[in-house]
Design a protein around this ligand. Sequence first.
Ligand SMILES: CC(C)(COP(=O)(O)OP(=O)(O)OC[C@H]1O[C@@H](n2cnc3c(N)ncnc32)[C@H](O)[C@@H]1OP(=O)(O)O)[C@@H](O)C(=O)NCCC(=O)NCCS
Length: 170
Amino acid sequence: MIRGVALGDLDKLVDLEASVFGDQAWSRQALRFELSAPSRTYLVWDDQGAILGYGGYWSGERDAELMTIGVLPEARNRGIAGFLLARLIAGADREGLQRMNLKVRVDNSAAIDLYEDFGFSQTGLCKGYYQPEDVDAWVMTRPLISVGPGPVGFVSNKLSKGQERIIDHE
Ligand SMILES: CC(C)(COP(=O)(O)OP(=O)(O)OC[C@H]1O[C@@H](n2cnc3c(N)ncnc32)[C@H](O)[C@@H]1OP(=O)(O)O)[C@@H](O)C(=O)NCCC(=O)NCCS
């Protein structure tokens, strides 16, 4: 199930970060700071107490910034990131924000595919954004359409693979 993050998740998220991002993982201190910082919305995929994935965004005045999304290697290709991303997009939309932006390594094809599936497109390039490897980042952006309060969802193109039906508002 998807639920909001709790500070009690910190230990599990430190482990998840290490498994998912390796030497690029957020430190425990950085993670604690990020999870409790203002204007953040973080969700976890909780499978009977095991956290298999998580992601979150920062709400600015007009735009949301997707801060991170990651799924344990052994739990990938089951749609978990798609579900999380759909909920994060819906949350930012419900807040009345106009766009969701993110940065992604230009060589991260799994993530780029996921973002394109969810309506993000490349809107810029940050040269050498990832250091010390000196790898560029695509800036990707997705418009949000405010539909007011109430349940909001998005169709992913994975419905044929058995995901729960979510209604698209685009
Ligand atoms: C990118 C990442 C988050 C994707 O997570 P994921 O949970 O595997 O993503 P999903 O399962 O939602 O979708 C991935 C693929 O699984 C497929 N899939 C989704 N549901 C499926 C299902 N029920 N059965 C079979 N395949 C399925 C999708 O079609 C997609 O394949 P595609 O790339 O050919 O379109 C994951 O690879 C990851 O954690 N990577 C490392 C961290 C990272 O790079 N994060 C992004 C930083 S910007």
